[in-house]
Design a protein around this ligand. Structure first.
Ligand code: HEC
Length: 476
């Protein structure tokens, strides 16, 4: 309905504008289609924003003039994640997009959509369970990670760099003295996870985009892992667990930081680092980006890690060939490690992670470049792992959690999977490591960034736009 309506408007306005742009072809009337095909995955439905900023507000990095928008489309800004479209669009197509952006902005100014609010007592019926959606708090700002302390306190990270606690139904102020983070573009504070023996040692692990200016004087950032304790609302006793070497730091901001943290049953610490936009480096064992890493809880390198004996290789590497793994969890039944990773356009992946294996990015992928040009024709190659499942088109897959609690018994052992662009929560049914089926159990609640089962057995979700923490509570 809505799409049809929009294309009528785009087409009719396109006709109106043709007189002022001689030489326009049919292409210009298809700007809405071009937008849907090439821009929507990052800039969102109706330009409302997603991985990339909204184009409906008054915030423009480059000034927002027609000339600036045109230049952005043609040359892009690859360092921060805006692809160049100059080689794939004609001048007329670029111009039509600028016009389309103008049209959508004026429509929005006349009629701003209400932000989608989950009904506080909405009942959702799925194949196996009925549940109510409850808002835990809407006082959070771009929540990124949700994880539990054993006493039932929820650790909430906010992309901007703040760490908050939710306990006894109340949200704390940001904890003082947490590390400074790079928060440009996709960078920020990412995960906060308790040590398996938290009760005795109080350690909390953080992953974040570490901002460096001291190295060369320029702003650089890379995923870093620290641990510390919280006392009297302050972050204390900080120790560095992992940081890249100087030459591993790319320009600040930009994209693909990965950054989920998980401990296995033996107490090893696993974390992911995205390719930071340098896709070839995902294959390079001399670089930490595009990898999943394994360390002892204090940051020492386990002597049986797969690359420890290769001179020059980054010794914490556990598996290679990853694009942007933003979901990581351990299957509590069998101890296997699972990761979800954002593909390019298409090719979001679910992988079972094993040591020393190569998951293929960018040599094989089910996706293509955002500007529609191919990355490779290959989806499979000997020696490179196939995903357990891939989502094409992309759903912008994010945090995951194996459900292992009593409130939703029919979902036991299912993998809960969040999606940003698709704005939903799925449950994936696996059988002995093989993908069986999936069901969308919650739709259009916002951009679902992370999921974590509470000690109460309810399912907690970190949602962006609108920013909130919600939970799923079963109803009979
Ligand atoms: C892969 C994701 C991605 C895709 C696809 C994408 N963009 Fe972007 N775009 C970005 C990001 C990220 C930024 C903001 C960079 C920054 O932080 O400055 C951006 C910025 C822009 C800007 C500049 C905004 C400003 O504030 O000055 C314009 C204009 C723009 N994009 C238009 C488009 C159009 C039109 C398309 C489709 C043809 C498109 N983009 C496709 C990621 C994307």
């Amino acid at each position: 309905m809505r799409l049809a309506h929009l294309s009528v408007i785009a087409a009719s306005s396109g006709l109106l504008l043709i007189s002022s742009f001689p030489g326009c072809s049919d292409e210009t009337r298809n700007a809405e289609q071009t937008y849907q095909q090439f821009c929507v995955s990052c800039h969102g439905e109706n330009l409302t924003g997603g991985i990339a900023p909204s184009m409906l507000d008054e915030v423009w990095t480059h000034g927002g003039t027609d000339a600036a928008i045109t230049a952005q489309i043609i040359t892009g800004d690859p360092a921060v994640g805006m692809p160049a479209f100059g080689e794939v669009f004609s001048d007329a197509q670029v111009r039509a997009l600028v016009v389309y952006i103008r049209e959508q902005r004026s429509k929005h100014a006349l009629n701003p959509p209400a932000s989608p609010k989950p009904d506080a007592n909405q009942i959702v019926t799925t194949a196996e369970h009925q549940f109510r959606v409850e808002v835990v708090t809407d006082e959070v700002d771009s929540p990124w990670g949700v994880n539990w302390l054993p006493d039932g306190t929820l650790l909430i990270t906010e992309k901007s760099g703040d760490l908050r606690l939710w306990r006894d139904g109340k949200l704390s102020d940001p904890i003082n003295d947490t590390p400074n983070v790079d928060a440009l573009s996709q960078a920020g504070l990412f995960d906060a996870v308790a040590h398996p023996d938290y009760q005795n040692n109080g350690w909390i692990y953080l992953s974040f985009a570490d901002l460096q200016t001291k190295l060369t004087g320029s702003r650089l950032s890379l995923t870093k892992i620290v641990r510390g304790r919280i006392e009297d609302e302050s972050w204390i006793d900080q120790e560095t667990i992992y940081e890249g070497a100087e030459e591993h730091y790319p320009k600040a901001g930009g994209y693909h930081f990965g950054s989920r943290i998980v401990f296995d049953e033996a107490g090893y610490l696993f974390f992911s680092i995205g390719d930071r936009g340098a896709k070839e480096e995902a294959q390079d064992p001399f670089r930490p980006n595009g990898k999943i890493h394994r360390l002892f809880d204090d940051g020492r390198v386990p002597p049986d890690n797969p690359f420890v004996n290769q001179p020059g290789a980054v010794p914490s590497i556990w598996s290679i060939g990853h694009r942007n793994p933003q979901g990581l969890d351990l299957n509590p039944r069998d101890g296997t490690l699972w990761a979800t990773e954002h593909g390019p356009r298409g090719g979001d992946e679910l992988n079972q992670i094993r040591p020393a294996l190569n998951y293929g990015w960018p040599l094989i992928t089910y996706g293509m470049n955002y500007n529609g040009t191919p990355i490779t024709g290959e989806t499979a190659r000997a020696g490179l792992e196939q995903p357990i499942h891939h989502w094409t088109p992309s759903i912008a897959v994010c945090g995951i959690d194996f459900y292992d609690a009593h409130q939703f018994p029919a979902w036991s052992d299912n993998l809960l999977v969040t999606a940003l662009a698709d704005r939903n929560l799925r449950r994936v049914v696996l059988d002995k490591g093989v993908f069986k089926s999936q069901e969308i159990i919650l739709q259009d609640i916002g951009r679902c960034r992370d999921v974590s089962t509470g000690p109460d057995g309810y399912i907690y979700l970190a949602v962006n736009r609108p920013d909130k923490i919600i939970r799923l509570v079963p109803v009979d």
